[in-house]
Design a protein around this ligand. Sequence first.
Ligand code: PLP
Length: 380
Amino acid sequence: MIHFLNLKKINQPFEFAFQDKMKQFLEGGWYILGNEVKQFEKDFASYCGSKYCIGVGNGLDALVLIFKAYIHLGKLQKGDEVIVPANTYIASILAVLQADLIPVLVEPRLETYNINPEEIEAKISSKTKAILPVHLYGQLCEMKAINEIAQKHNLLVIEDAAQSHGARFSVQCSLKSVQSELSDEAHPSPNTHHPTAYSFYPGKNLGALGDGGAITTNDDALAEVLFSLRNYGSKVKYENEILGVNSRLDELQAAFLNIKLKHLEAENEFRRRVAKQYLSEIKNDKITLPYWDLSNNHVFHLFVIRTSNRNHLQDYLKENGIETMIHYPIPPHKQKALSNWNNLSFPITEKIHDEVLSIPLNSGLTVSEIQHIITVLNKY
Ligand SMILES: *Cc1c(COP(=O)(O)O)cnc(C)c1O
């Protein structure tokens, strides 16, 4: 059986490094907000080309805390509307709700699965104060168009990069050396670096061995509030300036992440290489392959294909020893937890949820497993 994602296998190459760290950790005896978290915050900020990184408990909290920090700074108010993609993992939407803001759903493009910038303006009201683009499956949204809309309507932009660690990095890196060769489309303008939320849930491209998350930002005031918010609203022990929460990146998880961060670029490169092979070698009229412009704007957290009889294809792959997953089977607006939205209609979002299937794509795959997946899909 080719598993969809075998985390044990993914983490096996780091086993000895983890054990060394664990030994140091036990000898050190410092468990909360220690040197490992500080090191990770420094290195991840630098990796992302950001001034600050704030380590938090998980990806959902990363988003919630950005919204709460903006509320604290008076840039958002309870009841403000936030534009979110209708086609996303529910966490993006829950974060908006948890901060007492109102999510307004916008349809995706069928090709990219990401929020369609052309649909955003119709949803903007006098109460709209922010846009939350989600870089779904690892592919950056059309940020140039989104930034223009945000600028025109004076909206904040907060990015959900829980699935896209490193997607922007290579672009920013090349920006320094070959800026003039890149089209405007190819790179985000450096001064529009928005507060961005990351998750280190074990299955993400940069995954911990438990929960973890982070926020990157260039904004001094926002960073100051975030460092305090995540730690009981306190900068000096037992002095609480604001109403904070307990959502700190765990010291041990940070230690594991410090080891794995060094390999993230190679991981993303590997994923892109396999994606390229899938895109050129999977040839079947019944299967729609994902859109990709071949740039480093995609880190292929997931390789998501579409087909009209998805469950049939999933069964067929299972019979042929290939485990697949569905990201996601039920759109947020059809979830019981969001029952007041159940009557809303988002046809493109619903079509995507009916047709998508994620095939295995991760650093644990062997050459022959990749070949088997291609052969079996071509025979369908
Ligand atoms: C994983 C994920 C989150 C939440 O991350 P957690 O660490 O699980 O809280 C948020 N948004 C998206 C798009 C995700 O995929």
